[in-house]
Design a protein around this ligand. Structure first.
Ligand code: GAR
Length: 207
């Protein structure tokens, strides 16, 4: 059996991408990051990929007539590489059925709130503005909606007295960087089963 092949989609800083790269390097990911797909060729995540020797598929949405047009090119690139799992790591674009349908059950996202609270942009700011005492992170399957797919894992992060966006973001990002590589390893180990909206995670096989 060949290695488990992963495509990471990202648009920005790439701290989650880096955590996945580090987990690949230390062997705990259990798969190979074959390509970074990025819609912002100047984003810091691209430099991280270059340093790690990971191929990049870069594009500018404004060069295409529609989202479907660039997603078709991405889909061709992914199928050429035999991608098993798409990992969205701060990819700030809605996806169309061109990618969502063929990768149904094989595409995951990380979102900085306890879904279904605070979907969409600026989830951390939304939680602070609402005044909740507890927020967190969610890893979920991607479906046709915005942050609506079945939940795979969640981790709560407490909002502390005096927290601002910077301090809360830092704790949320730390939690993300621990959880996301672990969830991806559950996929590479074949431990995830999706049944309707419910996701079961099998115990690790003892060696
Ligand atoms: C992460 O906090 C991720 O949860 C969020 O973007 C950030 C990317 O950070 N994603 C969303 O808000 C998706 N709706 P990073 O570029 O440093 O990994």
């Amino acid at each position: 059996m060949g290695s488990y092949r992963i495509a990471v989609f990202a648009s920005g800083r790439g701290s989650n991408f880096q955590a996945l790269v580090d987990a690949m390097a230390n062997g705990s990911l259990g798969g190979e990051i074959s390509v970074l797909v990025c819609d912002k060729p100047q984003a810091p995540v691209v430099e991280r990929a270059r340093k790690a020797g990971i191929d990049c598929f870069l594009f500018q949405p404004k060069d295409y007539a529609s989202r479907e047009d660039y997603e078709q090119e991405i889909a061709a690139e992914l199928s050429k590489r035999g991608i098993d799992l798409i990992v969205l790591a701060g990819y700030m674009r809605l996806l169309t059925s061109v990618l969502v349908e063929p990768y149904s059950g094989r595409m995951i996202n990380i979102h900085p709130s306890l879904l279904p609270s605070f979907t969409g942009k600026d989830a951390i700011g939304q939680a602070l503005a609402y005044g909740v005492k507890m927020t967190g992170i969610t890893v979920h399957f991607v479906d046709g909606g915005m942050d609506t797919g079945p939940v795979i894992a969640q981790h709560a992060v407490e909002i502390l007295e005096g927290d601002d966006e910077a301090s809360l973001s830092e704790r949320i990002h730390t939690a993300e960087q621990q959880l996301y590589p672990e969830v991806v390893s559950w996929f590479t180990e074949g431990r995830i089963t999706l049944n309707g909206r419910n996701v079961a995670i099998a115990a690790p096989v003892k060696r």
